[in-house]
Design a protein around this ligand. Structure first.
Ligand code: SAH
Length: 386
């Protein structure tokens, strides 16, 4: 195996619990293409084994602190077994969950989502791509899936010099898979849906919003209606709103699948819709806001905060007394404290007294490691209006 030498700053990152070493902290590059390399400091002290990405800003991703480790199919099997063990019991709540959350599970740049008997994977670094066969073999050995699909159509791969594609790696994977989640069912779309086919990270938040739902409910940014389904169980009427007509067709299908008849599907821009409802003085007892990431880059953060504030402020004004708002942000760049600051500012301008009932994050299958901020991105808050 070849060796990379890293600067003291690079070594300190690993010592402080973060698995990445950037290009500027590689003192001597290993003389190989992408793959696995040993890493040592400038004094020759071995630090571990890492994935090596020659073209990426993130040059080295820690795999094993044991410098003697051999990264073969058996190593991947052990790692996947450990990730599976962290999720023991989850299959009682759902048949779809994240099995490997990349850096959060010590397997940098690898995502594996399980949908019933099928797996959807994402290989997001040049170093990892070299291990594709061993990873697939380990997944087949440990989980015996009916099929494995690679959703490698993510832009991150371009930074690694990798092609983007959707590719079947093993067996067969259907166009639609029924997900069971805390008592409701919906269809995931592994080949073409967002992310790997569904937003698995909101599972617990959907159940929480469902528990507090009543009366007239509104699910903005509904996608396939997953929050709306949970609201439908306890409310009289649910408006599922999205700009995408195609997403709403799936939401309707999902309502039929659950035999819910209290859904209304509205194709509209959420900003416009909320403004119009404020004008005609409509009131809702339950509102969910689960927008796409408004802050895709750090530079777009100020504009994103204005957007988040606007929808939250309007939603607060639309709540009936005693009404509930569940609001979320999946922008990594909007930290938990900025999210709360934004809510504070929205509440202050809304003229309503809002009580913070719960602050939520990611479910247990999306582990957020506190020394690796990039593993955490989802924030939620449950608020009650006086
Ligand atoms: N709540 C969903 C995930 C939402 S993803 C779940 O739990 O599965 C974000 C959704 O917002 C997408 O479906 C997208 O079409 C929709 N969207 C984006 N911009 C919008 C806008 N301005 N108004 C309404 N919907 C929008």
């Amino acid at each position: 195996m070849h060796t990379a030498v890293v600067t003291p700053k690079g070594a300190r990152r690993w010592a402080a619990g973060h698995p990445w070493i950037f290009r500027s902290d590689v003192a001597e590059r290993p003389g190989v293409e992408a793959g696995t390399v040993r890493v040592q400091d400038e004094r020759g002290k071995p630090l571990g084994v890492a994935l090596w990405s020659p073209t990426s800003e993130i040059s080295l991703r820690l795999l094993d602190r044991n410098p003697e480790a051999t990264i073969d199919a058996a190593w991947w099997r052990d790692a996947i077994d450990r990730a599976t063990a962290r999720r023991t019991g989850l299959d009682r709540e759902t048949n779809a969950f994240r099995l490997v959350h990349g850096e959060g599970d010590g397997l940098p740049s690898l995502v594996v989502d399980r949908y019933d008997r099928w797996l959807v994977v994402q290989l997001m670094s040049a170093g990892l791509e070299q291990h594709r066969e061993d990873v697939v073999a380990a997944l087949r050995d440990t989980l015996a899936p009916a099929g494995i699909l690679a959703r490698n159509d993510v832009s991150l791969r371009a930074k690694e010099g990798l092609a983007t594609s959707v590719e079947l790696l093993h067996g067969e994977v259907p166009e639609e898979i029924e997900v069971q989640e805390h008592g409701v069912k919906y269809l995931a779309a592994p080949w073409g849906g967002q992310k790997t086919g569904a937003f698995l990270d909101q599972r617990d938040n959907r159940a929480l919003a469902g528990q507090h739902a009543r009366g007239r409910a509104l699910d903005c940014f509904s996608y396939h209606g997953s929050f709306a389904l949970h609201l439908a169980r306890r409310s009289e009427h649910v408006v599922a709103l999205d700009v995408s007509a195609q997403a709403l067709r799936r939401a309707e299908e999902n309502f039929r699948r659950n035999e819910f008849t209290n859904g209304e599907f509205v194709e509209a821009d959420a900003f416009e819709y909320l403004k119009a409802r404020e004008r005609d003085r409509t009131r809702f007892d339950t509102i969910v806001l689960d927008p796409p990431a408004f802050a895709k880059t750090k530079a777009s953060l100020p504009a994103a905060i204005r957007g988040y504030k606007e929808i939250n402020l309007r939603a607060m004004r639309l709540l009936s007394p005693g009404g509930t708002l569940f609001t979320a942000s999946c922008s990594f760049h909007l930290s938990r404290s900025l999210f709360l600051e934004m809510l504070h500012s929205a509440a202050a301008d809304s003229g309503r007294q809002m009580i913070l009932r719960e602050i939520t994050g990611q479910p247990r299958d999306h582990p957020e490691v506190i020394t690796i901020p990039e593993t955490g991105y989802l924030k939620g808050a449950l608020l009650a209006a006086e």
